[in-house]
Design a protein around this ligand. Sequence first.
Ligand code: CTP
Length: 131
Amino acid sequence: MSNGRVITFGTFDVFHVGHLRILERARSHGNTLVVGISTDALNMDKKGKYPVYTQKERREIIASLRCVDETFYEESLELKGDYIQRFNAGVLVMGDDWQGKFDDFSDLCEVIYLPRTPAISTTEVIEKIRL
Ligand code: CTP
């Protein structure tokens, strides 16, 4: 099923090494990595707050990485199947905080959950700076 095209999704706010590592590992499951960056509106809708960095800034940072080939804005969580097809992805990579949640897409592509980098998250970085 794999055609070398890998897709993953996230907010990637206040970029940190956990983000870098999952993107590098995602890329190693193929030869092209496509990253969906959740929009500011989607974050407001789902988490009730805007990210620290705007979607344009977050996308610019992700797009500049060596391991990333294409980026797009993820406007709705319900459109994952559409994005997988639109970007012709053979593999969907998600962090294991989503373990099992995307198994339904396995008729469209291979679904892989990768372990998160321990002890770091955007939320924790923001908390640390606040203190
Ligand atoms: N991620 C990871 N290891 C971490 C943090 C995040 O592998 N320590 C992965 C997530 O599993 C996801 C991607 O990075 O696939 C984007 O995660 P995101 O939710 O944007 O980052 P978090 O740091 O988890 O943000 P928050 O604290 O706001 O939940």
